[in-house]
Design a protein around this ligand. Structure first.
Ligand code: ZN
Length: 261
């Protein structure tokens, strides 16, 4: 089975900053998609902010198993309509992988329901990612820890709900720690947040990072059929109750009234 995957890139730094453009000539999203496509079970394409509907039409999302999301400078330029469309796709069963500074994206904040804030420092310091869940599918094939020589620091407290699972905790050279790999389930959708990926460093070329993303796509894929009409809230009229019941007491709604009011 092929996992239909879309890597969404904000694609702003790559266009505006020479360091980032030289590092990722096909965009951060292009680099990630190329790495994922080495896995014959994954078919990865890309979408960007600048495309019509940010490249995420309803038809394309309906045909997407897993979406990866990198954003930083233009979170507010993502339309509310498309952000809600992505959330609804997750509730219906699409997997979602949130990368690095996308912790502040509209979609992640909405799905978490918390500020998702953190402390940070851009000093190119060493990051050491410890695997805290050795048998988790996302950690398969990794050593007990791995290091990135240059990364931005993200530090605790991280304003997220208590995760379903914590797969990685990072230590930074300056002393901070951070929950760098955390999972959630929202509706039928599996969600993974993965911290590394600052735009001025070659993080997405790192073999261990690529393995994590490969594992994460496979883990996030929910092979069950997607839920249709995921936000519907139908009224079940009294005459359709499984056991016969008599309606009694004061009522606000009419029998058989459609939808939730
Ligand atoms: Zn960053």
């Amino acid at each position: 089975m092929t996992i239909k995957t879309v890597v969404w890139g904000e694609n702003v730094h790559e266009q505006e900053n020479k360091i980032v453009g030289d590092l990722y000539p096909n965009g951060i999203h292009g680099c990630i998609a190329d790495a994922l496509n080495k896995n014959p079970n994954i078919s990865a394409s890309t979408a960007t902010l600048q495309q019509a509907e940010h490249g995420l039409t309803a038809e394309r999302l309906a045909d997407t198993d897993v979406l990866l999301w990198w954003g930083h400078a233009a979170h507010e330029q993502v339309s509310d309509e498309i952000a809600l469309r992505v959330c609804e796709a997750v509730w219906a069963g699409m997997g979602l992988i949130i990368l690095h500074s996308a912790h502040f994206s509209k979609i992640f904040k909405r799905l978490m329901g918390t500020p998702c804030n953190l402390t940070w420092r851009e000093a190119g310091e060493r990051e050491r990612l410890w695997v805290t869940s050795r048998n988790h599918p996302i950690a398969q094939g990794l050593p007990e820890y791995f290091e990135l020589e240059n990364e931005e620091m993200y530090g605790e407290p991280f304003g997220i709900p208590e995760p379903l699972e914590t797969v990685f905790i990072s230590w930074f050279q300056g002393g901070e720690v951070f929950r760098s790999g955390v999972t959630y389930k929202r509706g039928a959708g599996n969600i993974f947040y993965f911290r590394p990926g600052h735009e001025t460093y070659p993080t997405y070329y790192d073999e261990n990072v690529q393995l994590v993303l490969d594992n994460a796509v496979t883990w996030a894929h929910n092979s069950a059929a997607k839920i249709q009409n995921v936000t519907d809230a139908p009224n079940v009229p009294v005459e359709d109750a499984i056991e016969k019941i008599n309606s009694r007491g004061a009522k606000l709604h009419q029998d058989g009234e459609a939808g939730f009011k």
